[in-house]
Design a protein around this ligand. Structure first.
Ligand code: SOE
Length: 374
């Protein structure tokens, strides 16, 4: 794309108030808490406190994640004046209540997706976050080559977007022996696979194309109805979606947590009138640009990327950059927003609400066998 050398913008200085590092509180102590804690540390924040699902789990998380202190309750963490921003990494059904409490305590919030398990709760959180920064980790937006794809489409290089084809496939719930709170609708919400990973896919489609999904038809399946600790599973293992966009494009999506051999494969292919563009989250070092004559693989090399993509390049070409780097960049930009900046492409609560709306429409479409408008 020949933009010449771009200097990466360092948004990592986290000093919203007079040079003090930002104080971070983490709610939850599982896999995602680890990812958030690493990202907060990379952004030079101070990891002030953590709350686990029990005091002993909180203490364990503080120890393992190197967090200063475990608090016995969310209330105690929120009463801590040194905490400026709270990261919510708990099971989905807790997000709304915990986020609302954190906002009411005057904190900024980074809340895991889905922002809430109902549209009305997500709408309330958007209202409640006015005057604060509220962000949702749609972190795949932070791969440099996703930004490159977006820049190409925005600049008109790909031509009018005609079709999108996406899939997000995993296999960690493949067997009936595999179990997790996410399978339980009372804890994870009515939708499992779509809310958990399909939400990333639709966020990315709208982010990259600049277009919006207008309506959806869908089929959902729960293939495994009994799991180790859940005798009646109702959340979907897999869902396929047919969509139309406001801009007139058409598309198909497949989201499944029962795809043998696929670990975390988010794949997106967009066909414009002049170019196709394909991105694979598990191969994020290249972007495929398809042309009738002369397709090419664009490398993650700052020299060759649009400015918004180049600024997210953390390591030189040949030194692979991946999931945690994308997460780090998301958290750094969330903190930069708290410090008063306006980073482009930061997924905010409004984007979290949008994903909840689309999830609800997909599940309603699957249940009714009819098209649903978003
Ligand atoms: C599990 O499906 C999970 O950790 C998701 O919850 C994340 O959002 C996704 O990024 C990776 O997979």
């Amino acid at each position: 794309m020949g933009h010449g050398r771009q200097r990466a913008v360092d948004t990592r200085a986290v000093t919203p108030t007079g040079g003090e590092p930002l104080g971070v509180g983490i709610v939850g102590g599982g896999f995602m808490a680890t990812v958030h804690a690493r990202a907060a540390r990379a952004a030079r924040a101070r990891l002030v406190g953590v709350v686990g699902s029990s005091p002993s789990r909180g203490a364990q998380a503080a120890d393992v994640l190197g967090i200063e202190r475990a608090y016995d309750s969310l209330e105690a963490l929120l009463a801590e004046p040194e905490v400026d921003v709270v990261h919510i990494t708990t099971p989905n059904a807790l997000h709304a209540e915990q986020t609302e409490a954190a906002l009411a305590a005057g904190k900024h919030v980074v809340c895991e997706k889905p922002l809430a398990t109902s549209v009305s709760d997500a709408e309330r959180l958007v209202q409640a976050s006015v005057g604060r920064i509220g962000t949702v980790p749609f972190v795949y937006r932070f791969h440099p080559l996703v930004r490159e794809a977006r820049a190409r489409i925005a600049a008109g290089e790909a031509g009018r977007v005609l079709s999108v084809q996406g899939s997000y496939l995993q296999d960690w719930l493949l067997s009936a022996d595999d179990d997790n709170w996410r399978v339980d609708a009372a804890v994870g919400g009515r939708s499992r696979a779509f809310a958990d990973i399909g939400s990333h896919l639709v966020d990315l489609i709208e982010f990259v194309t600049g277009d919006r999904v207008a309506r959806v038809a869908a089929s959902a399946r729960t293939f495994i109805k009994t799991r180790a600790q859940h005798s009646q599973v109702e959340t979907e293992d897999a869902v396929s979606v047919t969509l139309e966009t406001e801009g007139g494009a058409i598309g198909t999506l497949l989201v499944s947590q029962l795809a043998p051999g696929r670990k975390n494969r988010l794949h997106l292919e967009i066909a414009g009138a002049a170019e196709s563009i394909a991105f694979d989250q598990e191969q994020p070092e290249t972007l495929w640009v398809g042309r009738r004559a002369g397709s090419l693989l664009v490398p993650r090399d700052a020299d060759q990327l649009a400015p918004d993509a180049a600024r997210l390049v953390m390591t030189p070409a040949g030194h692979p950059q991946g999931y945690q780097d994308a997460f780090n960049a998301f958290v750094a930009d969330s903190y930069a927003a708290i410090a008063g900046a306006a980073p482009d492409g930061l997924p905010r609560f409004e984007d979290g609400l949008r994903a909840v709306r689309i999830t609800e429409a997909v599940m309603d479409a699957a249940a009714s066998g009819t098209w649903k408008e978003i």
